[in-house]
Design a binder for this molecule. Sequence first.
Ligand SMILES: [Zn+2]
Length: 247
Amino acid sequence: MSPELSQLIELQELDLEIQRVSGRLSRIPEERDSTENEFKQHAAEFLDLKSKHEETLEDRKQLEIELATTQQNYEKFEQDKTRVRNEKEYTAVLREIDTTRKHIGTLETDILKRMEELENLDVELAAQAPDVERMRTEVDSILAALDEERDAANRQLSEFSERRKKLAGQMSRPLFASYDRMSRLGRGQALAEVGSDRICAACRVRVRPKIFSDVRKGDQLVTCENCGRILYYRNETSHSAGATTMD
Ligand SMILES: [Zn+2]
């Protein structure tokens, strides 16, 4: 194999690796967001319960204030009863006493209902709290792992970029330029491997026997007549999966 072809293969393998790592890197922010959103969705249920608890507590407080006022009224009417001057007043005050007593009964029932609700909410909140805390811990560790992965990918990319610069510097300028042009035309893949079945791994078209034999010799740059990529052939022993994968 010509040194030029070896350089091109090395460059392409590096570029495919850069593509892979960049692709992974670009998906990390989305993964972070969806992890955080998933947590918020679960925590929302817990927070809903909490605000319901606060509302019920406030409700009970208002009912107790109303109960105290109503009881004061009731006592006032009881005193009025001793001061009535005629039958008509007596009937009127009795009616007030009756209405107020009923109101007190309703208020007491409502207060009991709120207390029961609060007890149930307390139980539910206590049951969910450890789960929410555990979820938060999990989410935090997932986020930390993603951040670590992102940092590692960035370090890897700057390493790759150094290696690419070095490699490009070792190549002749026209060779690098044609690689670069082909790479842009070929969706990031300037080279294509030809298997022993003579099929170009990139466009899946079989090359002519003459082309195939030139590629196998490996002493000149031969391009695929169909897709224009620079072709190379590797015997099984030196085969590496990296250069044959598309996308
Ligand atoms: Zn091709």
